[in-house]
Design a binder for this molecule. Structure first.
Ligand code: PLP
Length: 405
């Protein structure tokens, strides 16, 4: 008899966005004239820039001739893209990352979710709370999370690190041993960042305990403050303890195109095994490479024209983030994130529950947000708003919220 992976049965339903959609639809049905503005889900809305589109058109035309046609590509990504990444994302900021330490993929979600393939199920996992759910659920599927405690809304074997206003959105170092630590900066959902000193403490902890840091830098391009690290490899010692994930999704509007990459330094070794080699083995077994056309599009963001165009799109979202942050602050709310991130993390007024404040904003302002509690127990008492919407709609949403508060 074929048996299933029973860990799937332990997973709680993916409640958050389904529940948001359910409540939004119910409200719209009851109020057909309501003009709802959605600042909830973190998907981009700006079109692909012309440099990217033109590069992809050229790549498609290459498929018309057998001289330039591309079949299977390298598992780890084409050299032209890995070299551009090494130069523009790393060397330009003083980091020495070699192209063969970079693995191009179809996105950071796949990489964050798949990286567990090269790790033992015995590892103890630590995550921030609130957290991007992929880190937790992928470990649960692979059997590293223990049992799900419905009342606590936590897995028994996962070490949750509260990451709230009280600790400046930097989790405390664990007192016991943990083996794999997921960090995300700029953070989803809190929109906050980790400083060099804060990251250095984590790198030192990981090296001292032979632990691994999974560093998710999917929102790196939103950093505006000069001293904030864009990569964990800006921190001394990180090459012996960290893997970094990056994505073209929010950087360049690739949520539908699908492209990202992981950086696994050759110096990263556990139990005598190179994790770079293990990941190459994993990718060559289970992944046949990202699309050539998409990789050509991704490489175009590193050209002078592409870089300028992508910056203009990012500025559009950055301006939305500023509008949301300043608007909510002027309404007397306590607001975090936004400065180095497309996410605005807002404390609910009068200690209101996340879902209660979500309902209030939906019903009274017709604005959809994301309740912080959906990202973990420590997200209770917050909501997340995203800067990825239309600028006029964002301004209108903020005005409405100001009016009702
Ligand atoms: N990491 C974080 C923190 C995210 O918020 C997201 C997407 O929302 C991803 C990774 C996934 O990115 P990608 O679109 O490259 O799969």
């Amino acid at each position: 008899m074929a048996k299933i992976n029973e860990n799937f049965e332990k997973l709680p339903g993916s409640y958050l966005f389904a529940e948001i959609a359910r409540r939004t639809e119910a409200f719209q049905e009851a109020n057909p004239d309501a003009d709802i503005i959605k600042l909830g889900i973190g998907d981009v809305t700006r079109p692909l820039v012309s440099a990217v589109r033109e590069a992809m058109h050229e790549a498609i035309d290459e498929q018309a001739s057998s001289d330039t046609f591309k079949g299977y590509g390298p598992y780890e990504g084409y050299a032209f893209l890995r070299e551009a990444i090494a130069e523009h994302d790393y060397a330009s900021r003083g980091m020495d990352i070699e192209p063969d330490e970079i693995f191009v993929s179809d996105g950071a979600k796949s990489d964050c979710g798949n990286i567990g393939d090269i790790l033992s199920v015995d590892n103890t996992i630590a995550v921030c709370d609130p957290v991007y759910p992929v880190y937790v659920d992928s470990n649960a599927i692979e059997g590293r999370a223990g049992e799900y405690d419905v009342d606590a809304e936590e897995w028994t074997r996962i070490h949750y690190m509260p990451t709230t206003a009280e600790n400046g959105f930097c989790p405390a170092l664990p007192s016991g041993d943990v083996d794999v630590i997921y960090l995300c900066s700029p953070n989803n959902p809190t929109g906050t960042v980790l400083t060099s000193e804060q990251l250095k403490a984590w790198v030192d902890y990981a090296n001292a305990h032979d632990a691994l840091i999974m560093f998710d830098a999917a929102y790196e391009r939103f950093i505006t403050e000069p001293d904030i690290p864009h990569s964990i490899f800006e921190v001394e010692g990180a090459k012996t303890c960290a893997i970094e994930f990056r994505s073209f999704s929010k950087t360049a509007g690739f949520t539908g195109m699908r492209c990202g990459y992981a950086v696994i330094p050759k110096a990263l070794v556990r139990q005598g095994q190179s994790l770079n080699e293990l990941w190459m083995r994993r990718q060559s077994t289970k992944f046949n490479g990202a699309s050539y056309i998409i990789q050509k599009g991704a490489a175009a963001i590193y050209t002078p024209e592409g870089a300028k165009q992508v910056e203009a799109s990012l500025d559009y979202y950055r301006q939305n983030a500023k509008v949301i942050k300043e608007g909510l602050e002027s309404a007397g709310l306590e607001v975090y994130g936004a400065v180095n991130s497309p996410y605005v993390w807002c404390k609910t007024p009068h200690a209101m529950g996340s879902w209660d404040f979500f309902n209030k904003l939906l019903e009274e302002a017709q604005v959809v947000t994301t309740p912080g509690a959906g990202f973990g127990p420590a997200g209770e008492g917050y909501i997340r708003l995203t800067a990825f919407g239309d600028a006029d709609q964002t301004r209108e949403a903020v005005e409405r919220i100001k009016r009702i508060l």
